[in-house]
Design a protein around this ligand. Structure first.
Ligand code: TXA
Ligand code: MG
Length: 341
């Protein structure tokens, strides 16, 4: 396989994608959050190929995508009332629910964990494909591991083209950040990853609190590594990117080539300062800025509420903890010198 064709998500191409999945192949498909790289969840060999193609470490479990609540129930050992309530309120939609797995779910899918994350995507083509395949579809985001997630078919082709069997194009992803991952344990909900469904909405719908995982359980969601979603250019967090760049220019006067710096703020992502629009644009903007090969991307804070929590989380992970002047000068000067050589 040399080139991967990108197909429109017409009924014919959806049927073909389903056929590829049943045969053990890999299909990138659109969802409302980000594009997924799908494999038949019951086909261990196909699931192993997902890890290979993405260069994803084997300890990071996959989310299984379903087309109905009944299909979700068949993947869990039991479905508590709280899970029923969440499914009823938020599915199809960007919420992944983690519960003890049925033995039918292969260990490769869950990276050996006794639990499995399941979600029903809110996207016509994704649902039609899963239904036509007749099997649940295990799918991580369709990017190279650690790099910025793909919210357009072209981004998938950039990262994985030539290494997978098909790409279904469903247009730009509507939500733009991944699903919220919630684990249910002992009648309580724990937030493993902020995402497209807000904590506030979950608390309101269930009348129950969403807890942060306890400190000792930081590895609870193995995908939550310190550096993730990262562009190639170093991403540095600053409390006020505009002020940061002004001060930088003053410091740089008469000291050779000024650093090429791009900024990500709420107003740069959404001129009308709408957090949902900002989330929808975040990953595309990160990829676009990265292509311009700046010395650094400086990103500002986002409100830790609503969908802002997911944006802040992705930027923090993309920065790998780099923040402020010290990080800036140590990383950027090193890179500038490398480039001048
Ligand atoms: O919106 C999304 O969730 C997208 C689209 C394609 O559906 N998928 C996605 O998958 O973001 P991925 O693989 O990039 O992220 C899955 C996250 C990881 O952080 C992983 O650690 C966590 O979900 N996860 C999966 N199964 C888990 C489990 N059994 N327990 C705890 N965390 C789990
Ligand atoms: Mg991912």
């Amino acid at each position: 396989m040399r080139k991967t064709k990108t197909d429109p998500s017409t009924d014919r191409h959806i049927r073909r994608a389903a056929h590829i999945l049943r045969r053990g192949g890999l299909v990138a498909f659109p969802t409302e959050t980000v594009y997924g790289l799908g494999a038949n969840a019951f086909d261990e060999k196909a699931v192993c190929r997902v890890f290979e193609v993405k260069k994803r470490p084997a300890f990071d479990p996959l989310i299984v995508h379903v087309a109905s609540a009944a299909q979700a129930r068949s993947l869990w050992l039991a479905t508590p009332p709280l899970a029923e309530a969440l499914m009823k309120k938020f599915w199809p939609g960007p919420l992944s629910i983690v519960l003890p797995k049925d033995p039918r779910v292969p260990d490769v899918v869950t990276a050996g964990l006794p639990t499995v994350a399941v979600r029903m995507p809110d996207h016509r083509a994704a649902l039609a494909m899963i239904r036509a395949a007749g099997v649940p579809v295990a799918a991580p985001s369709a990017n190279l591991f650690g790099y910025t997630s793909p919210t357009a078919a072209a981004s998938v082709a950039e990262d994985l083209g030539g290494r997978i069997d098909a790409i279904l194009d469903g247009g730009p992803a509507r939500v733009g950040v991944e699903s919220t991952v919630v684990k249910i344990e002992g009648g309580r909900m724990f937030l493993l990853r902020p995402g497209g469904i807000t904590v506030e909405a979950i608390e309101e719908a269930t009348g129950k609190k969403v807890f942060r995982p306890r400190a000792g359980k930081a590895k609870e969601s193995p995908g939550q590594l310190k550096s993730h979603y990262a562009p190639h250019a170093p991403l540095i967090m600053a409390s006020d990117p505009a002020a940061f760049v002004r001060r930088l220019r003053a410091l740089e006067k008469g000291r050779g080539r000024p650093a090429r710096v791009a900024a990500i703020t709420l107003s740069s992502l959404s001129p009308r300062r709408d957090l949902y629009q900002a989330a929808a644009r975040l990953f595309q903007v990160m990829r676009k800025l990265d292509k311009m090969d700046p010395d650094a991307i400086v990103a500002g804070p986002f409100p830790a509420q609503g969908i802002g929590r997911a944006i802040a989380d992705r930027l923090e992970k993309a920065s790998g903890g780099k923040r402020g002047w010290k990080s800036f000068f140590s990383t950027v000067n090193r890179r500038k010198k490398e480039k001048e050589r």
